[in-house]
Design a protein around this ligand. Sequence first.
Ligand code: PLP
Ligand code: COI
Length: 350
Amino acid sequence: MTKANKPMENKKDIDWSSLTFGYVPTNYNVRCYYRNGAWGEVEVSSSDMISIPMAATCLHYGQEAFEGMKAFRGKDGKIRIFRPEENAKRLQSSSQGIMMPEVPTDLFIDMVEKAILLNKEFVPPYGTGASLYIRPLLLGLSQQVGVKPAGEYLFMIFVTPVGPYFKEGFKPTPMAIMRGYDRAAPLGTGTIKVGGNYAASLKPGEIAHHEGYSAVLFLDAKHKEFIDECGPANFFGIKDNTYITPKSTSILPSITNKSLMQIAEDLGMKVERREIHVDELNTFEEAGACGTAAVISPILRIDDLDEHKSYVLSKDGKPGVMSEKLYNKLRAIQYGEEPDTHNWVRIVEE
Ligand code: PLP
Ligand code: COI
């Protein structure tokens, strides 16, 4: 639907507290084209449609990468974003991975701020549990029929207000190991944020949802022995006051996970980033999935559907004590309620 025939979004109609992780149209998005070896001027669009050549490389050969961020409105009314330079860096790494030009960090952050400010009435009010999701997107635009990188690119950012990614929010949910599916190859594109990884996860994800699981816990594709990640989020386990998270060549380096490792250390925990054998799941006192969309989603139980084994990670159905501490601390920093000792927060509007 184009802006012209789309009903104007009426913010009064938005029930912020019952938003899901869906798409609500907002007023504007921002765009920048890369042509003749250079980025052009930033353009503002009120249409949520894009027009691209049918032979564009993003459509045929997956020359596409994206990012995911959130803007939070604090109790003080200020709008904050979290570690945007890390998202800029990760998009640059995605660009290197699939032969696209890098979006400079300054351009990335300027466009993120512009997209938020142009739609600031869509930043959900404090206390509703909702936030403004920010989706930067880089597309190979020019026509190719041979498998080759494009010469022209579109970098754009749209925003949309969202509620929790896992509908249960901060409540433990069951996850499934499905050994018949891989998300990414050991030396493939798992460490960058390209659409193809998500395409590979769609089928097992749908099967898992249908069976009542919130996500698939992917194992390493080569040995099927070590934990990789939980669908669209990293995995962590906790035992003996230690935060343990996988080291793998096929998982996305999560900015939330990186921050939680630091927060765990700040809370006096030990931190280990290493291979986690699936059998070790039996030994964790708590476990969770973490990411921008997922925040921390505690894990109730992991069922290995092929080996017919179950690992219980919450005996009473409640989030673990340490997961709750980590969650509260991360949220408090993001909402400006705790001192930002690591300089992670950027205020978009005073
Ligand atoms: N892993 C995958 C596959 C993801 O899609 C995401 C989401 O971006 C994450 C992990 C979490 O990363 P971040 O914390 O940077 O959002
Ligand atoms: C995010 O956490 O921002 C993500 O990008 C996950 C997603 C694919 C919804």
